[in-house]
Design a protein around this ligand. Structure first.
Ligand code: PDD
Length: 286
């Protein structure tokens, strides 16, 4: 049984509880982070902690725990649960005011709820899916306009994954005003020749921590990076495509809406970037 963290306590998962009045439960009024663990160490902890603070600030919530204490909780959960490879899920909500009300509760009297738990995923870094590549479909992006805030409103991304599954695919890329925004839970890229193309940062997409690292490593390896919008038709004609996220790292995409990219197998750039990302991230892991 897992040991999880709730509001300052480490508890067996079946003893950990949150109020029915919690605004995360009633209003999706909360933010989250997913940090991966490799070799028992945290990948890009700092990036996730900084983005967490930004998400909270954007929603007028105070950061209820210091970065140092948060790091300690992450490390303690990794230790208590013996995680070598996997993820740590963290969620902070506006707390449980004791009734349902659209108006935010007074932060002086209602403390935020903090929950963390581990997900053990042996073999995460050596995933067979990375060798095979993913099939994706395209769907309309009907999410709200602040996708840069990592909120727990994940119903549409969840429905998107179900649409993909129903269509025999692995995931979906979302499209707004004719351009790809991002994947249901990842950032989206295409490759043309040696050029990596991905949408620029704005309120339209999550500012992926893996995205930032991968683009930095790509530039350091003298690969060309272009941050601009692209259409799904351009993607279908690309040499390669891939996604990035804390739980998939870099994952090649080999089919879009039934159209095979190149030879229909992972190309040269995405697997190379995955290799570099895993190697460099491990070096910097804490
Ligand atoms: N998802 N875009 C969306 C919509 C996401 O949900 C995520 C992450 C990303 C990639 O961000 P990062 O590289 O920081 O993980 C992009 C996490 C992994 C999840 O929901 O499980």
């Amino acid at each position: 049984m897992r040991t999880v963290y709730v509001n300052g306590d480490y508890l067996p998962e079946n003893e950990a509880t949150v109020s029915i009045f919690d605004r995360g439960f009633l209003m999706a009024d909360g933010v989250y982070e997913v940090t991966s663990v490799l070799d028992g160490k945290l990948i890009d902890f700092d990036g996730h902690a900084v983005r967490l603070e930004r998400s909270l600030r954007e929603l007028d919530m105070k950061t209820p725990i210091s970065k140092e204490d948060l790091l300690e909780v992450h490390r303690e959960l990794v230790r208590l649960n013996g995680i070598e490879e996997g993820m740590i899920y963290l969620q902070i909500t506006r707390g449980a005011p004791g009734d349902r009300d659209f108006v935010f509760p007074d932060p002086e009297t209602t403390a935020p709820t903090i929950v963390l738990f581990t997900q053990n995923k042996p073999g995460l870094s050596d995933s067979p899916a990375a060798k095979k590549g993913m099939k994706i479909i395209s769907i309309e992006d009907i999410r709200w306009g602040r996708r840069d805030i990592k909120t727990v409103q994940l119903l549409y991304p969840s429905m998107g994954k179900m649409m993909a599954k129903k269509a025999g695919a692995d995931d979906a890329w979302m499209i707004e005003d004719g351009f790809v925004t991002e994947g249901t839970s990842n950032n989206a890229y295409i490759v043309k020749g040696n050029k990596i193309i991905t949408r620029g940062l704005s309120h339209d997409i999550l500012h992926g921590i893996t995205r930032a690292a991968v683009l930095r490593f790509a530039r350091e390896a003298q690969m060309e990076v272009e941050e601009r919008n692209f259409t799904i038709d351009e993607a279908k004609e690309a040499d390669e495509a891939f996604i990035t996220s804390a739980s998939t790292f870099v994952m090649p995409v080999v089919e879009i809406d039934g159209v095979a990219l190149g030879d229909g197998v992972p190309g040269r750039v995405a697997p190379r970037l995955r290799e570099i990302y895993l190697e460099e991230s491990l070096k910097a892991a804490i």
